[in-house]
Design a protein around this ligand. Sequence first.
Ligand code: ATP
Ligand code: MG
Length: 228
Amino acid sequence: MPTLIELHNVTKSYHVGDNEQTVLTGIDFKLATGELMAIMGSSGSGKSTLMHILGLLDRPTSGTYLLNDSDVTRLSEDERADLRNRTIGFVFQSFFLLPRLTLLQNVGLPLHYRHCEHEEMEQRALQMLTKVGLAKHAKHKPNQLSGGQQQRAAIARALIGNPLVILADEPTGSLDSHTGQMVMDLFKELNQQEGVTIIIVTHDHDVAAQCQRTVHIQDGRVENTIKS
Ligand SMILES: Nc1ncnc2c1ncn2[C@@H]1O[C@H](COP(=O)(O)OP(=O)(O)OP(=O)(O)O)[C@@H](O)[C@H]1O
Ligand SMILES: [Mg+2]
């Protein structure tokens, strides 16, 4: 499979007052299209920071990020936002569904931002909800659903724009182990049956063990890469 993501010596420093803190000291890795990869590392090691860079929400302090062979570190803010909307699907620990919208509306939101026609948006949103097993809850509000169902809806929302990659930051972190496993089963199914490329940040070794590969971050670097 072709390389989708390539990081070369990516660093990230934050300035807080007069202090500069370097969180990522030099990250290198490659990810091929179709991979299901885990990122692990202790709290504060920079996993979310790395996901923000991968997701074009933030830019590295130095280094190169090639996404689909093009250097995205040079893009302007607007170009990055545009590319992000077209290529990245996000899943977060706390779901981030909008409470006043139905599941159908929440899932359709990325297409709304792309100025998609209303009817097509609803049709696609229903397709995605069907894919994650929530079609019959399309008209429900998020608070009428369990945590696991809400996370599956968030995955449907991440999928609707046909992203190149799904970035999931501790997607099972606020779920009990049984519900977390159902979310993992969905990720594995999407990866194996539809070839969706997925990166999952996790503290859970059982979750990482179900991915094809785990990247460990320590002292701001990729410590080692274990292929299973
Ligand atoms: N916007 C920011 N401004 C300043 N410092 C930040 C910012 N974001 C993150 N940091 C710092 O960078 C370090 C890494 O944070 P990050 O959130 O990436 O860690 P993490 O590995 O995701 O941790 P956790 O497992 O707890 O989620 C922390 O020391 C944090 O305080
Ligand atoms: Mg984090």
